[in-house]
Write a protein of this length. Structure first.
Length: 263
């Protein structure tokens, strides 16, 4: 089945943008000129431009026209096979290395784990309406602009009544999960991440300041201590502005890094 004309036109202009034939900042021809050039009605052009704007390829400037959108500089997030249990925020340290200022906003509350989270944390069946996890919702920023979302869940059976109970409050505020857990005798020794991509949900797009339907990378993370899940997190990152890099030692360096991680 043939695509609607506006999608075919949008695909053509998108290809010109992606290949650089239409450079960032270029003003698109007027709607009537595009219609004449491609032999379509102006309504088809209007819908094609709307599609491209939703995808983040073009922006409309009232009184000036439609322009190819400037592509933002991508930031790199390095996911290492072995990580030191060091003080401070791993996120802020990573951005500082790239010449950016990292920060975050958060909300923490005790809740009863949703079914999927309960499965991932290997929790027992819930008891009534009792809360059993600490849920922390983050908006991470780069140079004061929203960049990454995260929903983190930690079992209260591990942290309740300890200095690690509130991730962003108390003496361990702002430190990474592995460091906080180590302070209460829980040594994170393994982690798993599953990375996928999908269109952003409306609420995610609004929180990240991206166009509705933009592609985001999703990272489902699990930290484990001796095989037991101690934290799970769902991370959402705009694909256009992010590069996920994975690295780790090989050969003899594996044991060296393991020794550092255990300190």
């Amino acid at each position: 089945m043939d695509q609607p004309r506006y999608l075919r036109l949008a695909a053509l202009i998108r290809r010109q943008i992606v290949t650089g034939e239409l450079a960032a900042g270029t003003r698109l021809p007027a709607r009537q000129d595009l219609a004449a050039e491609h032999g379509v009605a102006e309504g088809v052009v209007r819908e094609a431009i709307r599609q491209l704007a939703q995808e983040g390829h073009v922006v409309s400037r009232p009184g000036a026209g439609v322009f190819v959108r400037e592509r933002p500089t991508a930031r790199r997030i390095v996911r290492s096979w072995y990580r030191e249990r060091r003080a401070g925020s791993p996120f802020a340290a990573a951005l500082l290395e790239q010449g950016s200022r990292g920060g975050w906003m958060y909300e923490s509350a005790t809740i009863q784990a949703p079914p999927e989270v309960r499965t991932r944390l290997a929790l027992d069946e819930p008891s009534g309406d009792a809360s059993d996890v600490m849920h922390t919702r983050y908006v991470f920023t780069g140079d004061d602009q929203p960049w990454m979302l995260s929903d983190s869940y930690e079992p209260l059976s591990l942290t309740k009544g300890t200095i690690a109970a509130f991730p962003e409050d108390g003496p361990l505020a702002g430190r990474g999960v592995t460091h906080r857990m180590a302070e209460i005798g829980v040594l994170v020794d393994d982690w798993v991440e599953d990375v996928t991509a999908r269109p952003a949900a409306p609420g995610e797009a609004k929180a990240l300041g991206i166009a509705p339907g933009s592609i985001v990378l999703t990272v489902a993370r699990t930290y484990l201590a001796d095989g037991r899940p101690v934290e799970v997190a769902d991370i959402v990152i705009p694909a256009e502005t992010s590069v996920l890099g994975y690295s780790g030692p090989v050969g003899d360096r594996v044991e060296e890094w393991a020794d550092i991680s255990a300190r």
